[in-house]
Design a protein around this ligand. Structure first.
Ligand code: ADP
Length: 505
């Protein structure tokens, strides 16, 4: 890593294609057309590296959501979509992935400009991940199936039955996604929805709507029937809530904060919607005494500082055994100090800003609370002087389990480092959180790993790595990190209904 320079470099000029797209008057994508929102209000779109407005999008209200849901219902019930052969749906989803690949550079640039992450990460993680997610999911369109089985029904003498299940699409899906991986999180909802024959109303986060709008153009170009995918930009409390409350939406797929997940889960119960929630985390990184410390230092730094810590699986609680704690803390702190902050389009940048001023203030507020509670700031702990929303990579030590910085999700580049002594107590320490999204264990002792993994209450446990996901690998939370699994075969439990058919023959 390069030594971090004292000041933040300027954001380079965007490409002509990205600049042209940002300049457009963005509308809502409903029923296969670009339509004006009912209200003339706009939502500003910021470049978090400069704090400057780079575009604006429509502020959809309940009347716009009404229109989008009607288009999705029409496409689900009467359009060509329900009659399309699975292989035709597969081909369309694959075509979409090809269009993503063809426009990858522009999409990565737009994601970087709007979210703050580096264009490199946007390219290799967000956009390549989105492309591959659709490719993986395309194949499932032709592979979903029910089963046949024998029953023991005591019917009248001589009666016989033929019984089987049909796996059918759940209907209209309301997809509400966050700002940390804007297009990738949309693909995690759209991929399985489209493969299973659902139609979708997608609402990107108000902070990061830009790539979803460029993506809507690719939906058009791929040739999806009108109304299969509708994309509305708007705020959570208005447009998002209208999706959750709408009786024409059969399922809500949500990724975001635990706080909002609880609100959505309550609201969706009025219409008994299917709900899947992928929520917050406070994931432990557990370093056993025999671990390869070189791998641990890089791995623990990546676990927390990747995407500026704005990752639901961020390794934000480091537990290192007392034999290795000092070395790990020193290595991690020096890695933190050497990370080069900067704007996303500068190829020298290693870590971008946080997504918004609000998020920057929230994270700095947590660091202050840690300081006041007696934590020691070993690295970072402040914002560099810049109009952008940067926070230096921060390592806190001397923390106690009751501190807010240890208990609450910070969603920024802040890790709390703790020492442990007894291998028998580590599972309890790792599990001492309301969350259960992910964890990592670092060790070369295969028996110790296999003994520990089953004791950790989390949806994903990485061993000697952290933050790796794949379309084939089920992903989701235990405890207050949510319910339902995305990715893999498991995701189709949430996008399909199982219908039993019993025929007296
Ligand atoms: P964060 O707190 O990290 O900004 P949120 O959980 O608030 O993340 O946002 C995730 C997504 O949920 C965004 O698209 C946001 O607009 C949406 N959202 C926020 N509040 C609500 C709500 N009350 N109902 C539906 N969607 C919401």
């Amino acid at each position: 890593m390069n030594a971090s320079p004292a000041s933040i470099a300027p954001q380079p000029e965007p490409s002509a294609a990205a600049a042209r797209f940002l300049k457009r008057t963005h509308k809502l994508f409903i029923g296969g057309e670009w339509v004006d929102s009912k209200s003339s209000k706009r939502i500003p779109v910021m470049d978090p590296a400069t704090g400057r407005e780079i575009s604006s999008v429509a502020d959809a209200n309940a009347a716009d959501i009404e229109r989008a849901v009607a288009a999705a219902r029409q496409a689900f019930e009467k359009g060509p979509w329900p009659e399309m052969l699975p292989v035709q749906r597969e081909a369309l989803i694959w075509k979409l992935s090809d269009l993503i690949e063809r426009n990858a550079d522009e999409l990565a640039e737009l994601e970087s400009l709007n979210n703050g992450k580096t264009k490199f990460i946007a390219s290799v993680v967000d956009i390549a991940g989105t492309r591959d997610y659709f490719r993986y999911m395309a194949g499932w369109a032709t592979k979903l199936e029910g089963s046949t089985f024998k029953t023991s029904i005591h019917g009248p003498p001589g009666a016989k039955f033929h019984t089987f299940t049909l796996r059918e699409p759940v209907g209209v899906v309301g997809a509400i996604v966050p700002w940390n991986f804007p297009l990738a999180m949309a693909s995690w909802k759209l991929g399985p929805a489209l493969a299973s024959g659902c139609t979708v109303v997608l609402k990107p986060a108000e902070q990061t709507p830009i790539t979803a709008l460029r993506f809507a153009e690719l939906i058009q170009e791929a040739g999806f029937p009108p109304g299969v995918v509708n994309i509305v930009t708007g705020y959570g409390e208005t447009a998002g809530a209208a999706i959750v409350n709408h009786p024409g939406v059969d399922k809500v797929a949500f990724t975001g904060s635990t706080e909002v997940g609880k609100i959505i889960n309550k609201a969706a119960s009025d219409t008994v919607k299917r709900v899947s929630l992928e929520l917050g985390g406070k994931s432990p990184v557990v370093v056993l005494p025999d671990a390869d410390l070189n791998a641990v230092v890089g791995g623990a730094a990546n676990a927390i500082f990747f995407n500026s810590g704005q990752v639901c699986t961020a390794g934000s609680r480091l537990f290192a055994h007392k034999k290795v704690f000092d070395q790990v803390l020193e290595g991690l702190s020096s890695a933190a100090q050497n990370i080069r902050l900067g704007p996303g389009l500068d190829p020298k940048t290693e870590m971008g800003p946080l997504v918004s001023k609000e998020q920057q203030e929230r994270v700095l507020g947590y660091i202050d609370s840690g300081r006041k509670d007696g934590a020691k700031v070993v690295a970072g702990g402040e914002a560099p002087s810049s109009p952008g929303y940067f926070v230096k990579p921060t390592v806190l030590a001397n923390v106690r389990p009751d501190m807010r910085v240890v208990r609450e999700e910070i969603f920024g580049p802040v890790v709390v480092a703790q020492r442990f002594e007894d291998l028998d107590e580590i599972a309890a320490l790792a599990n001492d959180t309301p969350y259960g999204l992910a964890a990592s264990v670092w060790s070369r002792d295969v028996s110790a790993v296999h003994r520990l993994v089953p004791k950790i209450r989390a949806g994903t446990v990485w061993v000697n790595c952290h933050n790796f996901v794949d379309p084939a690998m089920p992903f989701g939370g235990f405890k207050q990190s949510g319910f339902g699994r995305e990715s893999g075969r498991a995701v189709f439990e949430m996008y399909t209904e199982l219908k039993s058919v019993c025929i007296a023959i």
